[in-house]
Design a binder for this molecule. Structure first.
Ligand SMILES: Cc1cc2nc3c(=O)[nH]c(=O)nc-3n(C[C@H](O)[C@H](O)[C@H](O)COP(=O)(O)OP(=O)(O)OC[C@H]3O[C@@H](n4cnc5c(N)ncnc54)[C@H](O)[C@@H]3O)c2cc1C
Length: 397
């Protein structure tokens, strides 16, 4: 049996590598700290625009949408190469990978022209208004109201944890438009201009860096939104959230697998350094055992990803993607915990070896940050419930 890529797929990889070598922004730009997940500095706008113009932004899409009709295998090669080089496609990932596919799938031709294309060309940035103080895991319980009044909706309510809201131009906002039907069916998706009168953003300081907020509380007070900004039909909101989150999960595993690979390399490098008494974590049998387990998990993650991908490429359902969101975020959290435990107080030292493009901080910082992956896009507990019910067929909790 020959396990490998076909000639045309290797040619695709070579062409991509050549293009990246000739066009990639300088490393100091790629390492620049981000102001938020909806802030695009000039270099990032130009970079995304170049990717779009040359069909490297969403390779599986047609050229008019920034792609080149790449096959599923070629798309996987693309994501592997980008993740291996830690190359961002956009500094507004929710705009590119969640909002745009939702508009392409559910929007009218006008909406695609007005919002999807400019977003692909890095002219617009987005935030996602899903979570509320009383509706996170139970998203269907959201209570921000939108009432149709003539040719516009009037929106009142509050969102929270809205990444990049203070820099975003637009918000894909999930609102309750019908209180008479079961809660999943009364939700609609509205495209809201973040500069509308009545919107207030309050950035929330974060555990990992109180100075650099990405999260926001967003308050809506009698915000007028034109009726034509409704995405899909009234009541389509739940279907769109499921699509949006699937887009988010679909893209995650390759990136996560690479992050874990780099984290492991850094863990092994750090573990070889002798401490003050001359011994190093790598000679501790307990550390070695745990590190070996992490290495096995990292490899299992990649194989699970390939298995899911093989099904996806054959047009079959691939429940592996649900498992990978849970597995990869939990492995990443364990990995940084291992580093923190091995280092003790030195885990706060920002000069110790970390992954190659490690921009901020220490092992302790990365450990705190690794919790984000176990919460964003659905917490680990909720993923376990979904796996139990949808994959294992267990009764509802
Ligand atoms: C980095 C990051 C970025 C984010 N960006 C955005 C964004 O841009 N826009 C947006 O709308 N939201 C965003 N979020 C919010 C995220 O979607 C929510 O935090 C997440 O859905 C959990 O909701 P919650 O915080 O309200 O927790 P809750 O739902 O209140 O849950 C609290 C705890 O209870 C557990 N729990 C709840 N229900 C169950 C159950 N049925 N069974 C077992 N355990 C349960 C949860 O697992 C969790 O541990 C972001 C979060 C993070 C971490």
């Amino acid at each position: 049996m020959h396990l490998g890529y076909r000639e045309e797929d290797e040619a695709f990889r070579t062409e991509l590598r050549r293009w990246l070598a000739a066009n990639l922004p300088p490393p100091e730009k790629l390492r620049e700290p981000k102001r938020s997940s909806a802030h695009l500095p000039d270099w990032a706008r130009q970079w995304q625009r170049r990717l779009f113009d040359e069909g490297w932004l969403v390779p599986g899409w047609p050229p008019e949408l920034g792609g080149r009709m790449a096959t599923p295998v070629q798309q996987m090669i693309y994501f592997e190469e980008m993740a291996a080089g830690e190359i961002p496609r956009s500094l507004n990932p929710q705009g590119l990978s969640i909002v745009t596919p939702s508009i392409v799938e559910f929007g009218t031709e006008d909406q695609k022209e007005r919002w999807a294309l400019p977003t692909l060309r890095a002219e617009l940035t987005w935030c996602l208004g899903m979570s509320e103080p009383g509706a996170g895991s139970d998203l269907a319980g959201l209570s921000t109201r939108a009432v149709l009044d003539g040719d516009h909706f009037v929106v009142n309510g509050q969102k929270v944890w809205t990444s990049g809201a203070h820099h975003a131009d637009w918000c894909l906002c999930f609102v309750r438009t019908d209180t008479e039907v079961p809660k999943h069916r009364g939700i609609s998706a509205l495209i809201v201009d973040m500069r509308s009168a009545g919107i207030t953003c309050r950035p929330l300081p974060e555990l990992t860096d109180p100075q650099a907020a990405d999260f926001n509380e967003v308050f809506f007070s009698d915000v007028a939104v034109p009726a034509e900004n409704l995405l899909g039909a009234p009541g389509d909101g739940w279907r769109i959230t499921q699509g949006s989150l699937a887009h988010e999960r679909g893209m995650l595993w390759i990136d996560n697998a690479q992050k874990v690979r780099r984290g492991l390399d850094a863990l092994f490098e750090m573990a070889r350094r002798p401490g003050p008494d001359g011994s190093s974590p790598s000679s501790d049998p307990v550390f070695r055992d745990r590190a070996a387990r992490l290495a096995v998990d990292a490899q299992a993650m990649v194989l699970l990803g390939y298995r899911g991908f093989a099904k996806f490429a054959r047009g079959q359902a691939s429940p592996e993607h649900l498992m990978l969101k849970l597995f990869s975020s939990e492995v990443e959290r364990r990995l940084y915990l291992e580093g923190v435990e091995a280092l003790g107080p030195d885990a706060l030292d920002t000069t110790l070896p970390g992954p190659p493009l490690w921009k901020e901080g220490s092992w302790a910082f990365q450990y705190l940050r690794s919790f984000a992956g176990t919460i964003a896009g659905g917490t680990s507990e909720i993923q376990r419930n979904i796996i139990a019910e949808r994959i294992l067929g267990l009764p509802r909790s």
